[in-house]
Design a protein around this ligand. Structure first.
Ligand SMILES: [Fe+2]
Ligand SMILES: [Fe+2]
Length: 237
């Protein structure tokens, strides 16, 4: 049966699971992972795949994977890609989605985290870039005490990112993450301390999509000039 993104959004089970995942992470002090985050990831995954010329159904499966990618956090942050993929598998089976399409979605979900994931398919690669690009000051929870906004590096870095956008240039074959960073409140080195692995993963993901990943902070290109054969090998692994 053809299941659309709207069917997923309307499914009360998914609504509950997304809320529970967000509650768990809030309780543990993580940045925002609620509807705003998953809607952004769904939209950005679809944007990347559309710009690179993938067919409409692949784009929609990418959007669904993006919308559901963080559900595993309702159990635990650790391995939430894999636990989430299993939850999504069960729920999509119950909705009657084709098994082949379910696998496209769950593979992407199970591989979106840098700890154990790899950009094995175009949907996975687009989802990784979409997810890792959502570093932004609106993700810092409002109720966090003022002192934790500065002492916690994740909060400090996210607060310093005043704007961020992903841009695909299909002609030039580049995917650019363009960040505006307020250096009066945080150092760019702090950004790399927590985001270096994620940016490396984005580089590999871009290679899977036949592109080069560019990281631009305050107009300065910090990653993306050269793609080594080592990275190409990793991306294909
Ligand atoms: Fe995640
Ligand atoms: Fe996420």
């Amino acid at each position: 049966m053809m299941i659309h993104l709207q069917d997923i959004r309307n499914n009360p089970n998914f609504q509950l699971l997304i809320q529970r995942a967000c509650d768990y992470l809030t309780a543990r002090g993580y940045t925002e992972h609620g509807l705003r985050h998953v809607s952004y990831v769904a939209k950005t995954t679809a944007y990347i795949l559309t710009e690179l010329g993938y067919d409409a159904r692949t784009v929609e499966l990418g959007a669904i994977a993006g919308y559901l990618h963080d559900i595993g956090n309702m159990h635990n942050r650790k391995y939430h890609g894999i636990t989430g993929a299993n939850l999504v598998y069960t729920e999509l089976r119950a909705m009657g989605m084709d098994l082949d399409e379910i696998c496209d979605i769950t593979t992407a979900i199970a591989n979106h985290e840098e700890e154990i994931g790899a950009p094995v398919t175009p949907i996975t690669a687009a989802l990784i870039i979409a997810d890792k690009s959502d570093a932004h000051r609106t993700r810092v929870h409002r109720k966090i005490p003022e002192k934790d906004k500065v002492s916690d590096i994740h909060n400090r870095v996210n607060l310093a990112i005043t704007d961020s956008r992903v841009q695909v240039d299909a002609q030039a074959k580049t995917i650019t993450l363009d960040i505006d960073f307020d250096q009066t409140s945080c150092q760019i080195m702090d950004f790399f301390e927590i985001y270096l692995n994620r940016m490396e993963m984005c580089k590999q993901a871009a290679v899977k999509l036949g592109c080069r990943f560019r990281l631009v902070i305050n107009g300065l290109e910090l990653l993306g000039h050269v793609q080594t054969s080592e990275q190409e090998k990793k991306a294909g692994a």
